[in-house]
Design a protein around this ligand. Structure first.
Ligand code: GDP
Ligand code: MG
Length: 436
């Protein structure tokens, strides 16, 4: 599959800019890839449209082919769509009881995941109680008990002759009496979405203060997953989703569909049957899995790093010739931010030993940037132009004192002078040979 994609992208090579035709052709294949990854077709349609709008007319970054540029945009948009960052289950403070209701179809992995989450919560210092609300399968109660025991977590059950809502109520009372601060309700699923199941869940929600409703979805169910998620969300309103069985060979298109259709974050992914096999959901990893182009993405990352190196080399040349101007200055600030800010750059330098309370942030550049942005392009390129009346205008534009503008220009001239001297020394001009 990814071979197929690469072929199309090859055709796009050696063009300097993304035209509508380029993007359309490439996205046609992306569309196929997403559908093959079991992403819902409506979601695919919207997705492709978004990327299309974003991509056409974009400059192709140096040293990336147009095809790679399209993949880059596709990947970014996939990550965006899945939430761009990890989300945790929202918990109340420890002195209150958080009630979590697990729901989903039969076999999705609710009971297993309930125990997995209990383990995670315990690690965080919480005291979970698991409540067996699946009254239709006695084996399910036993399964929860066994898993709870493995996790060292208490399991509350009342057999099969009480209504789930009553079991849930009793479980919360039990938790209050036993100093437990998270109650997880393991509810009963059905083979298909049906009125019975929804009615049961609705009854629980109407009678009990549920803090988090979490839908458990089997990632192998592909296209169905999106309908399941949609119906659950419409009927009982869910707060988050856990995707199970991602240890299989599914490409995980369900993650994309579910997020797009419900807007609910994906909290965790199940990566196996063992109770420790529950992982945080990382949108960027998921995006590359869905796209199935890990290699190409690595290539793009490398190319991006190269661009930065090219720029650095160019900058160094300018420094040597003392030709750099305020445009370069801005660029430098931008590069620094891109590399993770001044703190992280200092942190990367060997032997810097950053004090823990070091308090510099990138705001120190904000004033500088504001002043430079208030200059005209000519002024930025030729700072010698900046006479007193121009300084006044610039200060006003940037909302600072003229003194600030003077300071910046002075610093700038000084560093330029220094560069000149240094490059003079390095090239040996005016110095005895062999000294440097
Ligand atoms: P429930 O009916 O929703 O409660 O589902 P169960 O928790 O009983 O799980 C159904 C089956 O799926 C069991 O055999 C689990 O061991 C298995 N299972 C659950 N989560 C995962 C997972 O993340 N990976 C794999 N490989 N199997 C899982
Ligand atoms: Mg179960």
């Amino acid at each position: 599959l990814s071979e197929k994609l690469q072929n199309v992208f090859k055709n796009l090579r050696s063009k300097g800019r993304l035209t509508e035709e380029d993007v359309k052709a490439a996205l046609k294949e992306v569309k196929m890839a997403l559908l093959e990854a079991d992403v819902n077709f409506k979601v695919v349609k919207n997705f492709v449209k978004t990327v299309q709008e974003r991509a056409v007319g974009q400059d192709v970054m140096n040293s990336l082919t147009p095809g790679q540029m399209v993949i880059k945009l596709v990947n970014e948009e996939l990550v965006n769509l899945m939430g761009s960052e990890t989300t945790e289950i929202a918990l109340k403070p420890s002195n209150e009881i958080t009630v979590i209701m697990m729901c989903g179809l039969q076999g999705a992995g609710k009971t297993t995941t309930t125990a997995k989450i209990a383990g995670k919560l315990k690690q965080k210092g919480r005291r979970p109680l698991l409540a067996a609300c699946d009254i239709y399968r006695p084996a399910a109660i036993e399964q929860l008990k066994v898993n709870g025991e493995k996790q060292g977590v208490e399991v509350f059950s009342m057999g099969t002759s009480h209504k789930p809502v009553d079991i849930a109520k009793a479980a919360i009372e039990h938790a209050a009496a036993h100093n437990e601060n998270v109650v997880i309700l393991d509810t009963a699923g059905r083979l298909h979405v049906d009125e019975d199941m929804m009615g049961e869940l609705q009854e629980i929600k109407e009678n009990i203060d549920i803090d988090q409703t979490i839908l458990v979805v089997d990632s192998m169910t592909g296209q169905d997953a999106v309908n399941v998620a949609k119906t659950f969300h419409e009927k009982i309103e869910i707060d988050g989703v856990i995707l199970t069985k991602l240890d299989g060979d599914t490409r995980g298109g369900a993650a994309l569909s579910i997020r797009a259709v419900t807007g609910c974050p994906i909290l965790y992914v199940g990566m196996g049957e063992k109770l420790s096999d529950l992982e945080q959901f990382y949108p960027d990893r998921m995006a590359s899995r869905i796209l199935g182009m890990g290699d190409v993405l690595t290539l793009i990352e490398k190319a991006e790093a190269e661009i930065d190196q090219d720029k650095a080399r160019e900058m160094e040349k300018k420094f040597r010739k003392a030709e750099f101007d305020f445009n370069d200055f801005l660029e430098q600030i931008g590069q620094m931010k891109k590399m993770g800010g001044i703190k992280s750059i200092l942190g990367m330098m060997p032997g810097m030993g950053l004090p823990a309370d070091l308090d510099i942030d990138d705001d120190v550049f904000k004033g500088t940037e504001a002043i430079i942005y208030s200059m005209t392009p000519e002024e930025r390129g030729n700072p010698a132009l900046i006479n007193p009346s121009r300084k006044k205008r610039i200060a006003k534009g940037a909302g600072v004192d003229i003194a600030e503008v003077n300071k910046l220009i002075k610093q700038f001239e000084q560093s330029r002078k220094m560069m000149k001297q240094m490059s003079g020394m390095m090239s040996g001009k005016g110095k005895k040979k062999g000294r440097f």
